[in-house]
Design a binder for this molecule. Structure first.
Ligand code: SAM
Length: 216
């Protein structure tokens, strides 16, 4: 199998893991401080106007986006995740789209693009094309906000600490390989700066970080 085929297979396994874990997703939340700092930072950022949420999952952040947004378009590959997210924002102005973010193209531009705990699942080989997608989704004066973490347990590191490939398990023990790129805030900010983005990445008191800024 070529490197490209292997990466495609891995991204498929990652998507399958999230489809399977949807019903128990909240039980896998990281038991660390810093989460409140992310919520406060997003509130201070005020994601107003037309907002695009990439990899929305079970709607972890969608209600908070709706505190400021006129409307939200929420994209995710998992029908299970989208179903749970929809149940959390019934009657609110949210358009759900089921799509693979490595293929999907927007049909309009947005004032804000948000993604929660997604960037660390984007492999280095797709980092540039992912950010190019984000740029294509933004209005000329649009803004971006993301939250994520760099946490990986020793048990997850099936290919060693230098590999982005880790193992995650469902509650019943079923194992999947997924990608978890342990960006540090400083390195991530440098990488984005080199690509022309004006984004600041802030650590929290835990393994979480958040970034905000605008396109090149
Ligand atoms: C770690 S979860 C984050 C969910 C939510 N944003 C949060 O902060 O809790 C990653 C999400 O990415 C979705 N996902 C995985 N691969 C995807 C792909 N190729 N295209 C779109 N979504 C994908 C999963 O279904 C899952 O909902």
């Amino acid at each position: 199998m070529s490197d490209g085929d292997q990466l495609t297979a891995l991204l498929g396994e990652q998507a399958a893991f999230y489809q399977a874990v949807a019903a128990e997703y909240d039980d896998h939340a990281l038991p660390f401080t810093g989460g409140d700092e992310l919520i406060q930072a997003l509130d201070d950022f005020r994601p107003a106007g037309h907002v695009l949420e990439l990899a929305c999952g079970p709607g972890t952040w969608t209600p908070q986006l709706l505190r400021h947004a006129t409307d939200v378009t929420a994209v995710d590959a998992s029908a299970e995740m989208l179903g749970i997210a929809a149940s959390r924002v019934e009657g609110r102005p949210v358009r759900f789209v089921r799509a693979d973010l490595f293929e999907w193209r927007p049909d309009r531009r947005y004032d804000v693009v948000f993604f929660g705990f997604w960037l660390s699942h984007v492999p280095a080989e797709r980092f540039a094309s992912f950010w190019s997608l984000v740029a294509d989704c933004l209005e000329p004066d649009g803004r971006v906000f993301f939250v994520d973490d760099w946490y990986r347990t020793d048990d997850e590191l099936i290919e060693g600490e230098h590999s982005p490939v880790i193992r995650r398990r469902l509650a019943d023990g079923t194992a999947y390989r997924i990608l978890k790129v342990p960006h540090t805030p400083a390195d991530l900010e440098r990488q984005l700066d080199a690509a022309g983005w004006r984004i600041e990445v802030h650590p929290t008191s835990g393994p979480f970080y958040w970034g905000s800024g605008s396109a090149p």
